[in-house]
Ligand binder design. Structure first.
Ligand code: BES
Ligand code: MN
Ligand code: ZN
Length: 483
């Protein structure tokens, strides 16, 4: 998909040569004498177009309108309302052969509105095709966003950011949606490498460690998870060098469990297929790097992805086994299904070697977080108030919101054990928090935040599929840092 931004008022939109015209209609007095204004006024007066946000009227060859297809959607105020209206409007045309769409934004559209609209067009029209034998790819190709006012440099920049964010989100969706046999640790590493190769910049680098190198680093917790599978682990290291070497990087750590069966503590079979999404954290890191390559902001970023499968076998780690993490801390693995924190803890220890400005891990970590926050907000945990505030603000700005949860030391009580320095699980209560408390033990030497995306990274049911979150939040945070 490609996007452009132009100035076009309703009078000009009426006669613009395009396949489909999607007009967001604000709840305001309409005074124009042009065909579009007249049509909207009549449609409203007759009740055909309700001015409640989200109400839609779709027409074919309307009088005085050049575009054969015209879709009107009533819109409320602000970026979130624009996002909703665009999702509705594009939903009405995405299954048609329309390739060229002109989208008329309401007056006084700001950067946030342009970004929300662009991302919503992509979101509503996305289709996964990779493992279909007769794919029906997305038909929408050229999107013209139209504002009635004069274009500013700020609006143009926001379009570029939005287009790169879309590319990042779709990279994340692609890898997250792929079934586990099409997204093995090795294939994820190949994806990271080819992302670097196809980037039109030399600012990106990728290094991939295999079982031998990971053993040399003594990543005992990560290796314990991987040992049950014949599929060898990979530790992926991405670098984006957008600033001087001396500038401390932000490190992103993405959980890359390409399939989580639970291991010996095996999961029930219902919906177990969804555990192919247990690498959504990793996918979001790939997505962020895809966008960084395009936007080239002035900062340094490191991406770390511990990738492996969590499977039961005669070689698998067993409940009660004690392993030694890279940090030297010993861990009693009481539940092999709490594997995310095990691969992450070694990656966090490794992250310290970059002398990072901040470390953010992103993980589909706990069912408990899904219970707590549902599919709306990511769980956010942080040892640093300024970092937490920045991530919260980035989430709000990008319409990819999170919610901070506590890290009181009392929550760590349940992780105590007689047989190791720490256990990998506590009781059922506060499961998202106890998981974060486990990670915090490995993040003492830097400013750290943890995003639990178990509820937000994918949708179940008929709309089953990855959401590409939190690519937008992370990019918004990084770009704000670079500015
Ligand atoms: N990948 C899961 C978390 C998960 C579960 C995400 C369901 C989305 C939906 C994680 O590895 C896991 O299994 N966590 C356990 C932890 C428990 C054993 C302490 C969980 O949440 O049940
Ligand atoms: Mn698990
Ligand atoms: Zn998992």
């Amino acid at each position: 998909m490609n996007f452009e931004l132009i100035t076009l008022n309703w009078a000009a939109a009426a006669t613009t040569d395009t396949e489909a015209l999607l007009v967001l209609v604000p709840d305001a007095e309409i005074s124009g004498a042009d065909a579009l204004s007249q049509l909207i006024t009549e449609a409203r007066a007759s009740g055909a177009l309700d001015n409640k946000p989200g109400k839609l009227l779709s027409t074919w060859r309307a009088t005085g309108i050049t575009a054969p297809r015209l879709v009107l959607v009533s819109v409320g105020e602000g970026a979130a309302a624009v996002r909703k209206a665009v999702l509705t409007g594009v939903g009405a045309i995405k299954s048609t052969p329309v390739q060229r769409l002109t989208l008329c934004l309401p007056p006084a559209a700001n950067a946030a509105v342009v970004q929300a609209a662009t991302q919503a067009v992509a979101e509503a029209s996305y289709v996964y095709t990779t493992t279909k034998s007769k794919p029906e790819p997305r038909s929408l190709k050229h999107i013209t966003l139209a504002v009635p006012d004069a274009l500013t440099a700020e609006l143009q920049t926001s379009l570029a950011i939005a287009a790169a964010t879309v590319a990042g989100i779709e990279t994340a969706k692609e890898w997250a949606n792929r079934p586990a046999n099409h997204a093995t640790p090795k294939l994820l590493a190949d994806a990271a490498r080819s992302l670097v190769k196809s980037a039109k910049t030399s600012k990106l680098q990728c290094e991939v460690l295999g079982p031998k190198e990971v053993a040399e680093l003594h990543m005992g917790a990560f290796m314990a998870v991987a040992q049950g599978s014949d599929e060898p682990l990979r530790f992926i290291e991405l670098r984006y060098n957008g600033a001087a070497k001396s500038s401390a990087p932000v490190v992103l750590v993405g959980k890359g469990i390409t399939f989580d069966s639970g291991g010996i503590s095996i999961k029930p079979s219902a919906e177990m297929d969804e555990m192919k999404f247990d690498m959504c954290g990793a996918a979001s890191v790939l997505g962020v790097f895809r966008a960084l390559a395009e936007l080239k902001p002035k900062l340094n970023v490191v991406g770390l992805i511990p990738a492996c499968e969590n499977l039961p076998s005669s070689r698998a780690v067993k409940p009660g086994d004690v392993v030694t993490s890279m940090s030297g801390q010993t861990i009693e693995i009481l539940n092999t299904d709490a594997e995310g924190r095990l691969v992450l803890c070694d990656a966090l220890t490794y992250a310290a070697s970059f002398k990072p400005a901040a470390v953010i891990d992103i993980a589909t970590l706990t069912g408990a977080c899904m219970v707590a926050l549902g599919g709306v907000r990511h769980g956010l945990f942080s040892s640093n108030d300024a970092l937490a505030t920045a991530l919260q603000a980035a989430g709000e700005a990008a319409l990819d919101p999170c919610w901070r949860l506590p890290l009181d030391d009392d929550y760590a009580e349940g992780l105590k054990t007689n047989f190791a320095d720490v256990a990998n699980v506590a009781g059922r209560a506060g499961g998202a928090i106890t998981a974060a408390k486990f990670l915090q033990r490995f993040a003492a030497d830097f400013d750290w935040a943890h995003l639990d995306i178990a509820g937000t990274a994918w949708k179940s049911g008929a709309a089953k599929g990855a959401t590409g979150r939190p690519v937008a939040l992370l990019l918004s945070y990084l770009l704000a840092r670079a500015a």
